[in-house]
Structures are given as structure tokens and as C-alpha cells.
Design a protein around this ligand. Structure first.
Ligand SMILES: Nc1nc2c(c(=O)[nH]1)N[C@H]1C(S)=C(S)[C@@H](COP(=O)(O)OP(=O)(O)OC[C@H]3O[C@@H](n4cnc5c(=O)[nH]c(N)nc54)[C@H](O)[C@@H]3O)O[C@H]1N2
Ligand SMILES: Nc1nc2c(c(=O)[nH]1)N[C@H]1C(S)=C(S)[C@@H](COP(=O)(O)OP(=O)(O)OC[C@H]3O[C@@H](n4cnc5c(=O)[nH]c(N)nc54)[C@H](O)[C@@H]3O)O[C@H]1N2
Ligand SMILES: [Mo]
Length: 921
């Protein structure tokens, strides 16, 4: 396929690769051929409808659209002939005639007018056509505006929506000149099924689709441009989309996706429209110290008016106060670091606890997240990171997505999953809830919650029984196969069907489909990990991939979808109680001394430290008495928040470093105002193992400081003599004892923006697939670890007859601290809610939108109920972003013995209509 074609372009002999278009070859040589309906970006199919890119081909009567025409051997193409130029000019003139006048143009991208300039058209000889598009101007959506008076019918919005993001909302209505884009059944955008990814806005070459943030200001006579732009990374999820922040008057005005390895210009609603939490009036701008006369610690501080409980202090005073409360306390201090901060900040944080206090009581939200997946991966594969990037799905023909809801939680990854199905890929979705991807699934297994092991073992039983496994792969690369085979005998589909709720023939079909795949991937999320048997769930997924030989080749692999923007990096950097950076055991004397040598300090404890939930218990036990909490909100995210809040209230000294007065900061003795991601420099590592460069677009507000600076200041006040001038210094130190960062330097990241680890040379962009030739375990072999069925910790009974499951929604981030302070996101999803099957609501006599009360053994909350057929009739789904009805008042804190992860996905609950509520217990 590496055929090359020679042809003549404007008198010069040039070569093209097979499949290149004339436009691409010309563009590659620096020639500007005007283009409107063509978007030279990954995922955009050229359409050739606008005729703005016409060129002349010798021997052809008609001009050709260069964006779709592929050159053939010997073709003679002229882009600048009089005939081609005047034809293009004519096209532009006709389009200009119908545009709103340039002076009034609302087009922030100005691509249309750039192209008009390029063709030498400033005005038109043609009369404006009357337009009867309905409605011409649509301002029904909070984030975007539709202005059909500027639409040139290029269809880019339709391709953006249907082919790139695969959201299928936009379509074309009408014919010929009257054609115009519509949403759903010609609904206003605000009433449509649009998920506000904004891809259409980014694609639109005119002002027909625009961010409301840009348009609304433009109408006030402001020019719609920006002062400068900065390339960085999205601060929300682990996909790690690269984006460009457009800043005007010291505020982010709007955001575009740029061409990062994970996102190829795409963004979701949070990345594109959720940036403005950084400008919220609740931002902390001065250090705060708890007032002597403050009321007792509790959830009682108004984030808009913290001065009732705290007083403003200088940095000097606040840092001294913070340090004084921690100094010399050794074992009594514990730390929660942050997966929202950079690699350098995570590294400094774990170093502070280890070097400064001599022990390993440092952890972060990974414990509540993929800790069990990582435990199983390290045990059986020898490494906790993904074996292949999610983008590898491009090379797969089958994929399993289990216990993850990427359409809402990894929306840009989901676009690749949906595209995979459009190309004919078979998507097997396994989830007790009918998640968004079910529409695209070849198999939707809506199984019983908590029954993963029984379902997966039954599937593997079939693979063994029918001998569908990959004997050669198993022999070459694995161990313990005979034991696994023997173990699986007990798990026939017939026996497991009543437990998992999936028919035997479906289980058999899935087994055959997966084992028969040429290349298959497995993706998983919190539905797998957040159980007391989370490690067993992951063990099954690993075994399944191994027995089918689906690791280490293009289109194959194991991919736990990592959650926070930097949870991979924070874990790699050692923000874990058992591990120093790169998962090197704290128990290993050689490992500790390698670090203390670089740190120029004495030894610290060889005992693995306490985990997130253990630290909370340890406060209640009276051992941990002071804490440093950076960029985490455990007073909302811990599995038993009443228990956690009581613990924080008991601390002698709590230092909180955040952007806002979070629920956790309510219990602080001192609050340090930190920088948001868009206000600092540093690297982050996404779910794909891609280390990416984050750059500051703005200074932190008021006196707020970059997080790494605050941690360094604190360390120095604790006597540690740290001398870092910049995050680059920290990164350089990290590379000394982190083999994963070999060949990755700060300078390289500044230049290339992203490098995937492992990178095998200074030129290697990194390995997107690993373990093609064995595993980083003894003998190079991965292991089968059999898993048995363990029921959830708390099963429904007469008092608590239903099942509570918790999770996320597209618009909100975890505890809501950021997204409830974002204008667009808060407007779209403003109210605490839960979802129940319509029949369940009907039985309870509650109308959709009515209030229900959820009660578990830990507590109760009252909130609005939605009807959702995707939820099983005996279940209730609650997102945990809303403090006024905090899901984690209800959840069960029982943990998995290996990963120490709580069972967020299963608790026994009673659901009642709020009106019929009797006296609270
Ligand atoms: N919008 C948004 N995106 C996010 C986040 C956010 O807060 N908001 N958080 C980020 C973070 S840190 C993370 S970890 C990821 C999490 O991303 P996901 O893993 O997608 O998160 P959840 O919604 O918690 O749960 C996923 C699915 O597990 C299913 N489930 C429940 N019980 C079971 C079970 O017993 N077995 C199986 N197999 N499935 C079950 C649920 O129905 C749900 O659809 O999202 C990241 N992205
Ligand atoms: N019920 C239930 N509970 C869960 C889960 C669930 O599925 N169900 N999922 C669990 C999972 S997977 C996770 S990852 C945890 C997440 O739990 P947390 O990490 O506690 O939740 P976040 O809301 O992401 O907290 C991040 C905090 O960092 C702050 N922040 C953001 N950027 C910066 C920055 O640059 N600097 C500083 N200093 N602060 C910053 C934010 O304001 C916020 O307060 O929740 C867990 N809890
Ligand atoms: Mo997470």
C-alpha cells in the first residue's frame, strides 16, 4: 500500500501517497487552496460540497474539488489558473452575499473571512437570498448559539456530530439552497439530545455555531477574538485531552481541542465548557486561619463567606502556622495527595511525608478508584498500567467494556469506541445499568450487580470447554494455566446464569465472539473495581485476555480506564503507602536507600503505610492527629462521610490546600489557596501512559500560589532544605529513580507536548502497546489467578430491600467542587438526583421529578428521582456530586482485602416516597 504517485502540481513534479488528495499534497507543500467544507483534521471525511477548493486538471472539462480528488500517475494539476481562481472567487462571492455583513460578523474562528481574503473577495455582486430557515437564531442552549443566517450548508457540523463524536444529533433538512442543519426533529438546541461536546462549534467555518461565551460578549460591541492562547491539558478525566485555552482580559474566553495523541482535537462538555470554575467568586485568594472564636468544627462554613470561621492571614503567618502544627509529630501526621495535581506535585507530596515524617502514611484517591485493578495487574501481569492505549481499539475487531460508562465518564474515549462499532467492530457491553454505549453494542449483558466473577468465570468455562483458548500463547507467556482450567470446571453457564442473570446461550456466544476475535481489547471501570471482590473481578478479566492471547499485539490489551486527569501519574510518582515511585516497594532496603541517597536524608520506615480509609480509622483510634490534605475532598468522597467528617473534626491540626472552601476545608485549621490546573506548569500522565505538558494560561488569583511552591515552602519550614526552582527541577529528580521516565525529559515534553512511556529512545514517541514479548514478572510470564464467587458485603434484606449503586454523570466531577462552580455544567445538571426504573417509581406512587428518601444502615438522604429504564427495577443509582444529598452518607465502607477499595457499587437500601416520610430514625 506504500504506492507513490507522481503528478504535476503547478508545473512542479511531485509525489503523493496512495489515498492522498490533491488538497493534501498541495497543503503539505505550503500552498493555500481555499477550503470551507473541508476540515483538515483527523476523523473529518472530505465531502467536496462547497466547491471553494476547485482546481484545474489537464484534459478534464470541469474543474475538480481538490479536497476529494486523488491524483493519478501523470496527472497535471493547476491550482492557480485564471479559470480555477475565478471559479473559486465566484463561489466565495455567492457565499459572502448571504453572510451577515463582515462588520457584524460574529464568527470567532474567522476561517470564512480568512478564506474570503485568500480568494480576494471582500464584497459580493450578488443579491442576498431570502432565507426561510426556522428558527434563524437559536439561543436555547446555555453553552452554544445557532445562527443559521451565517450557515453555508457545508455540512461540517453534521460530520462533526455524526462521524467524529458519533452523537447523531445533527442532520440536514431541506434541499438545495434551502438545506440547513437541524438537531433531532428540528428541535431547539437546548431541547435536543445534544450533549454539548461542542465539536460542531469547533468545526463550523462561519459564525453559524458559536460558544455563547464568545457571542454574548461580541454583541456588546466587543471583538470576539482572544488576547493569547496557551496549549495545555484538560483538568478533568484520565483521557488527557490536549486543548488550547483562549484568554481575553485575563479570563479564559473559550477552549478548543488540539491534536493530542489521545484526543485528536476532540473534547467533551467539561473540557470545552467547564473551564470557568477557575474564575468563580468562591476561589480562595488569601490564606485562611481558623478563628479562635469559630464555632465547633463541622460542615458549617459558607464558601461565599468563610470569614465567619476563618480569618485572612499573610502567607508568612499561615505557612508558619501550618508547619508548627505538623513539625516533630512523626507518626501522628498523615497526608492525602492529589491526582488532580501534576506529577511533580505528587512526587513532592509523597517525599514530604516520607522524608519529613519518616513513614508511609500517604495515599490518594486511587485507593477509592482502581486500587484493586492495579493490585490484580501487578500480581498477574507485573505492571499496573494499561497494556495498550484506548486508541488501539482502531485495530481491534472485538472489545469488551465492563463496569464503565465512557459516554459520560471518558466521553472522548467513547467517541473512538463508537467509531469502532461503525466500522463493524463488535462491542460487548457488560453493566447492570443500560449505559449509553448499549446502543452501539453487539451484545449488551445487563447482569446482576456484584456478579462479575460468576459471569466472567462462566464465559471462561466455555472457552475451556470448547477449547477456544490460545494454546501457543498460554504455553509461551503464562503460568498456572492448569489450575485455572481446573478451577473453571465448576462454573458452567447453566450454573452461573441464575447468579449473574445472563442466559447460558448469551454467555456462550460472548465466549465464542471474544475468543474468536482476531484482536480484542478489554476496558473496565469502577463497576469492576469498587467491590470487596474488586481484585477478583480484575483477575478474571486478566485471565480472560490471557487465555485468548489478547495482549501485546495491535488492537489487543487490558485497559482499566483511569479516572482523574493525573491518577496514573500520581500513582507512578509514589503517592501510595506501599510504593515509592514506579511501584518500588517501601519494604525493599535497596529501593529506600536509592531514594534517600538522592534526597540526601536518612532512612524512613520500611512498613507499608496506611491507606485512605485506614487513615480515617486511625484518626478515630487516636493515632493520627494531624493531616495535610492537598487537592482531595474526602469529606465527600470517602465511603462513609459521616465517619470521615467526624474524624477530621477530631484532628488537632488539619492543613487543606485547595481552590475552594470544600467540605473538607470546613474542618481545616489552615487553608492554603492553591492554583488551578490552568494556572500552573507541570506534567500529567493520562490513562494511555502519555506524559503530557501542562502550561499556565493565567496567574493564580489574588495571592494564591502554585501547589508545588506551597509544598516546597512547607517542607522548608519543616527543616527539609529543599531547593527546587521550578517543576523542571523536580522532574529531573524524578527521572533518576523512575525507569518509566527513561528518555523523557522536561525539554522534550516542552517541545513535543506528549511522550508515551516506555519510550525506548530520545526519538521514540513511546510504546502504545507493551508486553508483546513477555511480562515484567519472573520468567517473563503472566499468571492466571483463579477467582471464586464472593457475594457483596451487604445484601438486601427485609429492612433494606433494594440495591444502591453510586457513580457519575457527564456534567459533574466527583464531589462537585469544580463543576458545580461552572456556569454551563451547573446549568445543565443543577439538582441532586437519583435514577430509578419507572415501574419502581410507579409502585411507590412517585412521579418522575418527585422526591424520594434513600435509607441505608449508615444514614439517609432525600433527593429528586428520575425515571430511567436503564436502571434495574430493584436498584437505585445515585451520583455523588451533591453535598445537599451526599451519596456517601449511604455507601458501605467495607473494603476489598487486596486493593483496600470500598464497595461503592453495592449497598442495601430502602427507597421511600419523601412525602410519606415518618419521623427520622
Ligand atoms: N463526568 C465525569 N467523568 C469522570 C469522573 C466524574 O466524576 N465525572 N470521574 C473520573 C474518575 S476518577 C473515574 S474513576 C472514572 C470512573 O468511570 P466509570 O468507571 O465509568 O464510573 P462509574 O459511573 O462510577 O461506574 C461505571 C459503571 O459501573 C456500573 N456498575 C455498578 N455496579 C456494577 C457491578 O457490580 N459490576 C459491573 N461490572 N459494573 C457495575 C455502573 O452501572 C456504571 O455504569 O470516571 C472519570 N471520569
Ligand atoms: N459514592 C461514591 N464515592 C466515590 C466514588 C464512587 O464511584 N462512588 N468514586 C471514588 C473515586 S474513583 C474517586 S477518584 C474519588 C475522588 O475523590 P476526590 O479526589 O476527593 O474528589 P474530587 O472532587 O475530584 O476532589 C478534588 C479536589 O481537588 C481540588 N482541585 C482541583 N484542581 C486542583 C489543583 O490544581 N490544586 C489543588 N490544590 N486542588 C485542586 C478540587 O477543588 C477538589 O476539592 O471519589 C471516590 N468516591
Ligand atoms: Mo477515580
Amino acid at each position: 500500500m506504500s504506492e507513490t504517485i507522481r503528478f504535476t502540481l503547478d508545473g512542479t513534479e511531485v509525489t503523493a501517497k496512495a489515498g492522498d488528495t490533491i488538497w493534501e499534497v498541495a497543503n503539505g507543500r505550503g500552498l493555500v487552496i481555499p477550503h470551507l467544507c473541508h476540515k483538515p483534521a483527523p476523523g473529518y471525511r472530505p465531502d467536496g460540497n462547497c466547491r471553494a477548493c476547485m482546481v484545474e486538471v489537464e484534459g478534464e472539462r470541469n474543474l475538480v474539488a481538490s479536497c476529494i480528488r486523488e491524483p493519478v500517475e501523470g496527472m497535471v494539476v493547476t491550482t492557480d489558473s485564471a479559470r480555477a481562481s475565478s471559479a473559486r472567487k465566484l463561489v466565495m462571492e455567492m457565499l459572502v452575499a448571504d453572510q451577515p455583513p463582515r462588520e457584524e460578523a460574529r464568527d470567532r474562528s474567522s476561517h470564512f473571512w480568512d478564506m474570503a481574503d485568500a480568494t480576494g473577495v471582500s464584497e459580493s455582486r450578488f443579491p442576498k437570498l431570502e432565507q426561510d430557515r426556522v428558527p434563524l437564531l437559536d439561543d436555547s442552549h446555555v453553552a452554544m448559539r445557532v445562527n443559521l443566517d451565517a450557515c453555508i450548508q457545508c455540512g461540517l457540523c453534521v460530520r462533526a456530530c455524526r462521524e467524529v463524536q458519533v452523537n447523531d444529533v445533527f442532520g440536514m433538512a431541506g434541499r438545495g439552497h434551502d438545506a440547513y442543519p437541524t438537531l433531532d426533529f428540528n428541535d431547539p438546541m437546548g431541547d435536543s439530545t445534544c450533549v454539548a461536546c461542542g465539536e460542531c462549534v469547533q468545526a463550523c467555518p462561519t459564525g453559524a455555531l458559536m460558544e455563547s461565551s464568545v457571542l454574548d460578549d461580541a454583541q456588546q460591541g466587543d471583538s470576539a477574538d482572544f488576547d493569547y492562547e496557551v496549549s495545555s491539558v484538560c483538568p478533568f478525566c484520565g483521557v488527557g485531552c490536549q486543548l488550547s485555552l483562549k484568554v481575553k482580559d485575563n479570563k479564559v474566553k473559550y477552549v478548543d481541542g488540539i491534536d493530542g495523541p489521545a484526543n485528536e482535537n476532540r473534547l467533551c462538555v467539561k473540557g470545552r465548557f467547564g473551564y470557568d470554575y477557575i474564575h468563580h467568586p468562591h476561589r480562595l485568594t488569601k490564606p485562611l486561619i481558623r478563628r479562635e472564636d469559630a464555632p465547633p468544627k463541622g460542615l458549617n462554613v459558607d464558601p461565599a463567606n468563610p470569614l465567619t470561621h476563618f480569618r485572612e492571614a499573610t502567607w508568612e503567618e499561615a505557612m508558619d502556622f501550618a508547619a508548627d502544627g505538623l513539625r516533630g509529630r512523626g507518626r501522628e501526621v498523615a497526608g492525602f495527595g492529589s491526582a488532580k495535581c501534576t506529577n511533580e506535585e505528587a512526587y513532592l507530596f509523597q517525599k514530604l511525608i516520607r522524608q519529613g515524617f519518616g513513614h508511609n502514611n500517604v495515599d490518594h484517591c486511587t485507593r477509592l478508584c482502581h486500587a484493586s485493578s492495579v493490585a490484580a495487574l501487578i500480581e498477574n501481569v507485573g505492571s499496573g498500567a494499561v497494556t495498550a492505549t484506548f486508541n488501539e481499539i482502531e485495530n481491534a475487531d472485538v472489545a469488551i467494556i465492563i463496569g464503565a460508562n465512557p459516554v459520560e465518564n471518558h466521553p472522548v474515549a467513547a467517541t473512538y469506541f463508537k467509531q469502532f462499532t461503525k466500522r463493524g467492530g463488535k462491542l460487548i457491553v457488560m453493566d447492570p445499568r443500560g449505559v449509553g454505549l448499549r446502543k452501539y453494542a453487539s451484545h449488551m449483558l445487563q447482569f446482576r450487580p456484584g456478579a462479575d466473577v460468576s459471569m466472567l468465570n462462566a464465559i471462561m468455562h466455555v472457552i475451556v470447554e470448547e477449547e477456544l483458548y490460545d494454546r501457543q500463547y498460554i504455553e509461551a507467556y503464562t503460568e498456572n494455566w492448569e489450575a485455572e482450567k481446573e478451577h473453571l470446571k465448576d462454573f458452567s453457564p447453566e450454573k452461573m446464569a441464575p447468579i449473574c442473570g445472563i442466559e447460558p446461550d448469551v454467555l456462550r456466544d460472548v465466549a465464542r465472539t471474544f475468543a474468536g476475535a482476531r484482536a480484542a481489547m478489554i476496558f473496565w471501570g469502577m463497576g469492576v473495581s469498587q467491590h470487596i471482590h474488586g481484585t477478583d473481578n480484575s483477575r478474571c478479566l486478566i485471565s480472560l485476555a490471557l487465555m485468548a492471547g489478547q495482549v501485546g499485539r495491535p488492537g489487543t490489551g487490558l485497559h482499566p480506564l483511569r479516572g482523574q486527569n493525573n491518577v496514573q501519574g500520581a500513582s507512578d510518582a509514589g503517592l501510595i503507602p506501599m510504593f515509592l515511585p514506579d511501584y518500588q516497594s517501601v519494604k525493599d532496603d535497596g529501593v529506600r536507600s536509592a531514594f534517600t541517597e538522592v534526597w540526601e536524608s536518612g532512612d524512613f520506615s520500611s512498613e507499608p503505610g496506611l491507606t485512605v480509609t485506614e487513615i480515617v480509622d486511625d484518626i478515630h483510634a487516636g493515632n493520627t492527629k494531624a493531616m495535610y490534605i492537598l487537592g482531595e475532598n474526602p469529606a465527600m468522597s470517602d465511603p462513609d462521610v459521616d465517619h470521615a467528617r467526624d474524624a477530621f473534626a477530631k484532628l488537632d491540626h488539619l492543613v487543606v490546600q485547595d481552590l475552594f472552601i470544600t467540605e473538607t476545608a470546613n474542618y481545616a485549621d489552615v487553608i492554603l489557596p492553591a492554583s488551578a490546573f490552568a494556572e500552573k506548569s507541570g506534567t500529567v500522565t493520562n490513562t494511555n501512559r502519555q506524559v503530557q505538558m501542562g502550561r499556565p494560561a493565567l496567574a493564580p488569583p489574588g495571592e494564591a500560589r502554585e501547589d508545588w511552591q506551597i509544598t516546597v515552602d512547607l517542607a522548608n519550614r519543616l527543616g527539609l532544605e529543599w531547593d527546587y526552582k521550578s517543576p523542571a527541577d523536580v522532574f529531573a529528580e524524578m527521572t533518576i529513580n523512575m525507569p518509566s521516565l527513561a528518555n523523557i525529559t522536561w525539554e522534550r515534553l516542552e517541545r513535543e507536548n506528549a511522550v508515551t512511556y516506555p519510550s525506548l529512545s530520545p526519538e521514540d514517541p513511546g510504546q502504545s502497546i507493551v508486553f508483546g514479548d513477555g511480562f515484567p514478572r519472573e520468567g517473563g510470564r503472566a499468571r492466571f489467578t483463579p477467582a471464586s464467587v464472593i457475594p457483596p458485603d451487604e445484601v438486601p434484606d427485609a429492612d433494606y430491600p433494594m440495591i444502591l449503586t453510586t457513580g457519575r454523570q457527564l456534567e459533574h466531577w466527583h464531589t462537585g467542587s469544580m463543576t458545580r462552580r461552572s456556569r454551563v455544567l451547573d446549568a445543565v445538571e443543577p439538582e441532586a438526583n437519583c435514577s430509578l426504573h419507572p415501574s419502581t417509581l410507579r409502585k411507590m406512587g412517585v412521579e418522575p421529578g418527585g422526591m424520594v428518601r434513600l435509607v441505608t444502615r449508615r444514614g439517609s438522604i432525600t433527593l429528586m428521582a428520575r425515571a430511567d429504564r436503564a436502571v434495574a427495577p430493584d436498584m437505585v443509582f445515585v451520583p455523588f456530586a451533591f453535598v445537599e444529598a451526599a451519596a456517601n452518607v449511604l455507601t458501605n465502607p467495607a473494603v476489598d482485602p487486596y486493593g483496600k477499595i470500598p464497595e461503592f457499587k453495592f449497598a442495601a437500601v430502602r427507597v421511600e416516597a419523601a412525602e410519606s416520610q415518618v419521623a427520622a430514625e
